[in-house]
Design a protein around this ligand. Structure first.
Ligand code: B12
Ligand code: SF4
Length: 486
């Protein structure tokens, strides 16, 4: 594991193993560019180290194509850094196998969410990797590359783990959260070649890190940063990024990828007001979207944000049953969801809803309530697969720990799964999946035709009607089964 004195950093977002036909960002104007590698590249460049980015996800490269692209950029002696989510660990492993198979002997470094939440498991899962950095690595990755270039000791790099024989050793310097009031601006690499970004995608901006609420039981952000672990950027710094010539020229559509745009805290609400007033007084042409909690809605503030360019809000609604909301520790009830949805609709702001229909602790009645809420109150006439969305237990989250403690956790990293506490819920899920496979295929077919006409909408409506009919019948069957709790 040697880096050359002039090593560059090659940063990679792994490509999906199976090219997905319908990804979230195909339906919504989410960002495609990945800020993790954008911030790391800026950190390297600030130290005079060249950074090259290969984004297999954004470019829809499969693992083989991602590996070929990486190998065409990677010189022996460079440092390869890979950002890994739990869902992309398999693709990351595949990439490492290909790169080592092609003879690359330089350092391979893993980082990102999976590295932070499940360091030993990820290092065991990807034996080709030499090093792993936990936490925010805006500066520590550049520090690591510098030391590798100069052949200095790696001891003391914050959050670093390395191998010693079979054992995994970790630095005594814990990962540090970057100072995020006035951060170094990330490299918006996807916008350096405008044809690389689809027209409907938004440019990502991160206005804060962590989430002040920080309690939701399924959420990796809550597990990583904890309650009150929120840091916000100043308005000055946000405007600096929005005014940057490359950003201004590249996109009139921006998405704040903050987990929770307002914190939610009084300083966070005050910052949103200050930003909105600044954008309005500039006559800014930017349209933007945010993620926020249902409880963050304030009609007067949102009316101001709407004037400043707010057009869409991603709301983590998650469920249509109060019991499920309690299991998720969302801190609000279905009644507040209704009020917030009505308020946003009145202002003409689009809602993108996060929904987890099935989870391991739900009772049968909760399934029925959540299906009805999604169909009747969220006016869902899209993908029938949304009714089959289910919790993916992310390692280190409260729900993952609870499942482990209750003996319901199944599988292994990164493919964690679970048994439903009420087996009837699990059986209903499986029965629905197989009975509605045809409806989901039909939906995918129509979507891939990219039709936006009324007949496509009628087809979606009809598919949803048939889905509910099937659901009602299978739900009644499930209710007739005796309740046995696992
Ligand atoms: C915007 C977003 C999306 C967008 C855009 C993704 C993109 N291209 O960036 C869309 C909607 C497409 C998306 C999709 C998904 N997402 Co998403 N997403 C986010 C969100 C809200 C922001 C991402 C971001 O820009 N972060 C800002 C960067 C700067 O932070 P960071 O990633 O932590 O990076 C820092 C460190 O981790 C570290 N680091 C990161 N990479 C590396 C690499 C190396 C080598 C090193 C040394 C360090 C390092 O240094 C960075 C700088 O400080 C995050 C939550 C979050 N706050 O990150 C969820 C999040 C990453 N998403 C998540 C999930 C589950 C998904 C999906 C699987 C959802 C789904 N069911 O389809 C898919 C996966 C798609 C994919 N293959 O990438 C989870 C991941 C959980 C986990 N434990 O793995 C998160 C954390 C949400 C959550 N709280 O649970 N997502
Ligand atoms: S509000 Fe969002 S980011 Fe905050 S803990 Fe809940 S799910 Fe996570």
């Amino acid at each position: 594991m040697k880096a050359s004195a002039t090593a560059k950093g090659v940063l990679v977002v792994p490509g999906e193993l199976v090219p997905a036909a319908l990804r979230l960002e195909d339906k919504f104007p989410f960002p495609l560019e990945n800020l993790s590698v954008g911030y790391l590249a800026a950190g390297l460049e600030a130290r005079g180290i060249a950074a090259h980015i290969v984004d297999g996800y954004a470019e829809r490269l499969d693992p083989e194509a991602t590996a070929r692209r990486v190998l065409s950029e990677l010189a022996e002696g460079d440092v390869l850094g890979i950002t890994v989510l739990q869902s992309t660990a398999l693709a990351a492993r595949h990439l490492c196998q290909e790169v080592r198979g092609a003879g690359f002997t330089g350092p391979i470094v893993l980082g990102g969410w999976a590295a932070t939440m499940a360091a030993p498991e990820l290092m065991r899962y990807v034996p080709q990797a030499d090093l792993l950095v936990k936490g925010e690595a805006d500066d520590s990755f550049a520090e690591l590359v510098m030391r590798l270039r100069e052949g200095r000791t790696l001891e003391g790099v914050p959050g670093l783990s390395w191998r010693e024989g079979e054992a995994l050793r970790s630095s005594e310097t814990a990962p540090r959260n970057a100072d995020f009031t006035e951060p170094r601006l990330p490299r918006h690499y996807a916008y350096e070649r405008s044809e690389a970004v689809p027209a409907h995608a938004s440019l990502p901006i991160q206005g804060s890190r962590g989430c002040y609420w920080g309690r939701c039981s399924f959420c990796s952000t809550a597990a990583r940063y904890g309650p009150r672990g929120w840091r916000m950027r100043s308005v000055r710094s946000l405007l600096e990024e929005l005014h940057h010539p490359a950003v201004a020229a590249a996109s009139h559509r921006v998405f704040f990828v903050d987990d929770e745009f307002f914190g939610p805290t009084p300083p966070g609400f005050a910052r949103a007001r200050e930003l909105a007033e600044a954008l309005i007084s500039e006559g800014s042409p930017v349209e933007f979207g945010i993620d926020c909690l249902v409880t963050g809605f304030d009609p007067e503030l949102f009316a101001l944000l709407r004037r400043a360019g707010l057009r869409r809000v991603f709301l983590g609604i998650e469920a249509g049953s109060n019991d499920s909301l309690k299991t998720f520790k969302k801190g609000f009830a279905v009644k507040q969801v209704r009020q917030t949805l009505a308020g946003l609709e009145a202002l003409g702001i689009d809602v993108i809803s996060g929904y987890i229909l099935f989870h391991p602790y739900m009772r049968l009645e909760e399934v029925k309530r959540s299906v009805d809420f999604l169909a009747d109150e969220l006016h869902h006439e899209g993908n029938p697969g949304k009714f089959l969305s289910r919790l993916h237990p992310e390692q280190g989250t409260e729900l993952w720990e609870r499942l482990r403690g209750d003996g319901l956790l199944r599988g292994a990293f990164p493919d964690w799964d679970y048994a439903f506490r009420d087996p009837r819920v699990g059986q209903l899920y499986e029965a629905l999946r197989s009975a509605t496979a045809g409806l989901r295929q039909e939906y995918t077919r129509v979507r891939l035709e990219q039709r936006t006409d009324l007949s496509a909408r009628d087809t979606f409506r009809e598919l949803n009607r048939r889905f509910r009919e099937t659901f009602e019948s299978l739900y009644q069957d499930a209710c007739r089964e005796p309740a046995i709790t696992a």
